[in-house]
Design a protein around this ligand. Structure first.
Ligand code: GRF
Length: 210
């Protein structure tokens, strides 16, 4: 599989929470650091901070869909996919999106869905990565940007950055330092994705600029 879509820079961002990664991407786009065109921000949570950030930044389409209005996960994901396709997005970027995606959605956007995870995968997959790393007692944790496949937090890795764990760290303090790394790594990885492109061999991402 080879991806070299340098002119395909339209992205949809899906977010459930406060949206600080969304904000970092929008900032990097606005100042020309990251060549993405954020066409759509989509949330599964009506009062997500991410929606306010997107509206304030004049993202052309900002929507929230209520999972309770759909019979099941797959139907909800079809609703999301239709929004994404209507906005002509080339990529789906997850930024704190807390729902597990259905297999048909993943297949529909194969190798075009990117996620950021607050740990060095494959360690500490799941929703409590920062807490789990701290409780395990690791000395180094970090951030992973990866392609999304059918295995939860298990897709091919695009980029990673490490964050040392300090003895007096709480979950909140450690997550703050991880966030700081995320705000740099996510826009930088999206930029590389669009400017260099990559291919996936087995489960290894090989960047075209390497
Ligand atoms: C980030 O730590 C990200 O790694 C994880 O969810 C968090 C989202 O934070 N997937 P925010 O909504 O971007 O502030």
């Amino acid at each position: 599989m080879s991806v070299d879509r340098s002119r395909e820079n339209r992205i949809a961002i899906m977010a459930s929470g406060k949206g600080s990664n969304l904000q970092a991407i929008l900032r990097a786009a606005a100042c020309g650091e990251c060549p993405v065109d954020v066409r759509l921000v989509l949330s599964d949570t009506r009062d997500a901070g991410a929606l306010t950030i997107a509206r304030d930044a004049d993202v052309p389409r900002v929507s929230s869909l209520n999972p309770k209005e759909y019979p099941d996960r797959a139907a909800f994901d079809v609703g999301c996919a239709e929004h994404i396709e209507r906005a002509h997005c080339d990529w789906v970027v997850l930024a704190g999106y807390m729902r597990i995606l259905s297999d048909p959605f993943i297949a529909r956007f194969r190798h075009r869905i990117i996620n950021i995870h607050p740990a060095l995968l494959p360690s500490f997959a799941g929703a409590h990565a920062v807490r789990d790393a701290l409780e395990y007692g690791v000395k180094v944790t970090g951030v992973t940007v990866h392609l999304v496949d059918e295995v939860l937090d298990g897709g091919p890795i695009l980029a990673q950055a490490s964050v040392p764990v300090r003895e007096d760290d709480t979950e909140e303090i450690l997550h703050k330092r991880i966030h700081t790394e995320e705000y740099a790594l996510y826009p930088a990885t999206l930029k590389r994705m669009l400017t260099s492109g990559f291919r996936v061999v087995d489960r290894t991402v090989i960047w075209n600029d390497e």
